[in-house]
Design a protein around this ligand. Structure first.
Ligand code: PEP
Ligand code: MN
Length: 342
């Protein structure tokens, strides 16, 4: 190596050393500026810094250089940390109260929702409605669109079912809630119902979630039968992201190996959801347990775990019900259940 090349190599080595040290210092700087909520390299900082500086760079250049480093590191930090989900406690710490007619879900007192599995006739719904009204309840549920495992089973009365619910509301003064299963049902059902229900089978029907999200009507969102808590939260987020903040979670049991119950009621979902989210939580003891003899105990457990209310199915004559015959309570059974709960 001649002398010139030797000098070059030494300079390169020295430069590498300095730049490496410089990068380490810049990382240390970014750790402070990048994650701080407010700008700490303010005018005061620069005037102090530059008053002692006697180097080769002019003051404007030094300030612009350091400011651009701060901008770059805070841009990077905010790209790493997405804003908290709208459903989360980090976004809103106070509990959300959802109003469905005169009922308040998520307030101080539990708000329950009962009614038949499916709307079968006006008289059938009306009989349940007068019982609920006598008990001082404020809402009734009933399916007009029934997502059934077999296509040969009763699929619900559809629009006629919604009409029956509207008449029930007029005659009994109860708020009416029913499941919708397709985005086009939103406009069809909006004027008949006080709240939409999204069933377990549709928890991740994202187009349906977006469609109810564009409405302002409350939505009772049931947990998918194989959905994790995280997926449940994200499903609700779809609705909130479209502008509808009126969402109520409903734990309805998940699929496990256990055969003694229709599904496994995941009680832990209640405190998990309540801690993760400001939205209220209901527990459906009918579809989770499928067993009338344990519904009262499970309902009490749900309330003890922090649930904001219970959902259960009631039919004037379960033996002839067109769906969920084995698990709907008769009015007598419902009496016992209800008075054990309050
Ligand atoms: C229902 O509540 O009517 C129903 C069908 O429940 P799920 O969607 O939880 O099965
Ligand atoms: Mn049912």
């Amino acid at each position: 190596m001649d002398n010139m090349n030797q000098d070059d190599a030494l300079v390169r080595e020295k430069l590498m050393e300095i730049d490496t040290a410089l990068l380490e210092l810049l990382d240390g700087r970014a750790a402070i500026t990048g994650h701080s909520g407010k700008r700490i390299d303010d005018a005061d900082h620069y005037s102090k810094l530059l008053s002692n500086y006697e180097g080769v760079y002019d003051a404007d250049f030094v300030q612009a250089l350091l400011e651009s480093l701060t901008d770059a590191s805070s841009r990077q930090a905010s790209a790493e940390e997405p804003p908290p989900l709208l459903v989360s406690r980090a976004h809103q710490s106070a509990d959300t109260i959802i109003r469905i007619g005169d009922a308040e879900i998520g307030g101080n007192a539990p708000a329950h929702i009962f009614g038949p599995c499916a709307v079968e006739s006006y008289n059938q719904v009306a009989e349940v409605a007068s019982d609920l009204k006598q008990k001082g309840l404020k809402m009734i549920r009933g399916g007009a669109f029934k997502p059934r495992t077999s296509p040969y089973d009763f699929q619900g009365l559809g629009e006629e079912g919604l009409e029956i619910l509207r008449k029930t509301k007029e005659a009994h003064g109860l708020a009416v809630v029913s499941e919708i299963v397709a985005p086009e049902h939103v406009s069809m059902a909006e004027h008949q119902l006080d709240a939409f229900q999204i069933g377990a089978r549709n928890m991740q029907n994202f187009e349906l979630l977006k469609a109810v999200g564009r409405s302002r009507k409350p939505v009772i969102l049931k947990r998918g039968m194989s959905a994790t808590i995280e997926e449940f939260l994200y499903a609700a987020e779809y609705i909130l992201a479209e502008g509808n903040g009126n969402v109520v979670f409903c734990e309805r049991g998940i699929r496990t190996f256990e055969k003694s119950t229709r599904n496994t009621l995941d009680i832990s979902a209640v405190p998990l959801l309540k801690q993760a989210s400001h939205l209220p939580v209901l527990v459906d003891v009918t579809h989770s347990t499928g067993r009338k003899e344990i519904m009262s105990d499970c309902a009490k457990a749900a309330i003890a775990a922090g649930a904001d209310g219970i959902m259960a199915e009631v039919h004037p004559d379960p033996a002839v019900a067109l769906s969920d015959r084995a698990q709907q309570m008769s009015l007598e059974e419902f009496d016992k259940f209800y008075f054990s709960l309050i």
